[in-house]
Design a protein around this ligand. Structure first.
Ligand SMILES: O=C(COP(=O)(O)O)N(O)CCCCO
Ligand code: NA
Ligand SMILES: [Zn+2]
Length: 311
């Protein structure tokens, strides 16, 4: 059934497990993720960036938002696991409104690169509108290092737990993404992976709401290796080690944004298939090879985060 993201996350927060939020840009990734969640009997959060919406609508953001709502609801309305659709990194008012209008379960207002007062003001405004439409809201405090879509924050700006308490009280936001040292993409961390667990613990104690980890892909070595074996150039790829991810869940992370791990799995499966099947040109076959590995990663991550069996 199609649900509000908050319903999924409130349960996870109470029981201290996490639900991965998987990014999609097309139908094939959605099918792979859905199959994995059904087999694992897990709640499912599908999320799309603004770029994905523009891509699916071929430039028209409202068509793109409608496309993902129709695609997800087509299946969600006929299965017995809870499924939510979330706008990831909503930075522009028109995308956030398009998502709300099209029927998304939740939206992220990401004003994290703006000064605290401005982030608070913008988030408050979106919460008012979204809540009036029965849509839940995610916001971000602090900044991830690395390229966050088109915002390059040279260094991470870590969340201030006291500010997080004020922010949550003043805005009424439903779930919060505290920056604790991760970054987006396949090349996280300059040296050793280092997350600020103390800070995370304080944010959970002070805010008591579901928390989100961005830049949470582990960049799994076996898939990186396979992709490289068949021609990919991913030198230096590094993600969040799984033991550190586990610790984040124990400290109160409940939504784990996962995009890069699915992309690497897909390209590994696709490259291998193309190399081994030079005569094949049916898109259902070569995209199917990517899908297969995406489903594998999805099932492992649902199990690892404790979402399996929680539907
Ligand atoms: O936090 C994440 C996922 O991060 P990762 O790159 O670790 O999968 N996301 O918000 C997904 C979109 C990344 C920006 O384009
Ligand atoms: Na998000
Ligand atoms: Zn993110």
């Amino acid at each position: 059934m199609y649900v509000n993201t908050k319903d999924i996350l409130e349960k996870a927060s109470k029981e201290y497990y996490a639900v991965p939020a998987f990014n999609i840009n097309n139908m094939e990734f959605f099918h792979a993720i859905l199959e994995g969640a059904l087999e694992k009997r897990a709640p499912l959060i599908i999320e799309t960036s603004e770029g994905a919406i523009k891509y699916a609508g071929n430039g028209d953001i409202f068509k793109g938002a409608r496309y993902f709502v129709e695609l997800v609801r087509l299946f969600a309305d006929s299965v017995d696991i809870p499924i939510a659709l979330h706008l990831d990194h909503g930075k522009h008012f028109e995308y956030i409104i398009a998502a709300i209008k099209a029927g998304y379960s939740s939206v992220m207002i990401d004003a994290s690169e703006k000064p605290f007062e401005e982030n608070l003001k913008e988030t408050k405004e979106i919460v008012k509108i979204a809540h009036a439409a029965g849509v839940s809201v995610e916001a971000e405090l602090g900044q991830l290092a690395g390229v966050e879509d088109n915002v390059v924050a040279a260094e991470s700006v870590l969340v201030d737990p006291e500010q997080a308490k004020i922010f949550v009280e003043e805005t009424g936001v439903d779930f919060l993404a505290p920056a604790i040292g991760t970054s987006h993409g396949a090349f996280k961390f300059k040296g050793e992976a280092k997350l600020d667990f103390e800070r995370l613990k304080k944010v959970k104690e002070l805010t008591k709401i579901p928390l989100v980890l961005h830049g949470a892909s582990s960049v799994l070595p076996e898939y990186v290796k396979m992709a490289e074996e068949y021609g990919a150039d991913l030198g230096g790829a590094k993600g969040v080690p799984e033991d550190q991810l586990k610790k984040c869940v124990e400290l109160g992370i409940n939504k784990v944004n996962t995009d890069t791990d699915l992309r690497i799995a897909f390209i590994a499966g696709l490259r291998k298939f193309l190399k081994e099947n030079p005569k094949e040109f049916d898109p259902r076959h070569y995209l199917g090879a990517g899908k297969k590995l995406v489903k594998e990663v999805v099932m492992n991550r649902l199990e690892f985060l404790g979402a399996a069996g929680k539907a």
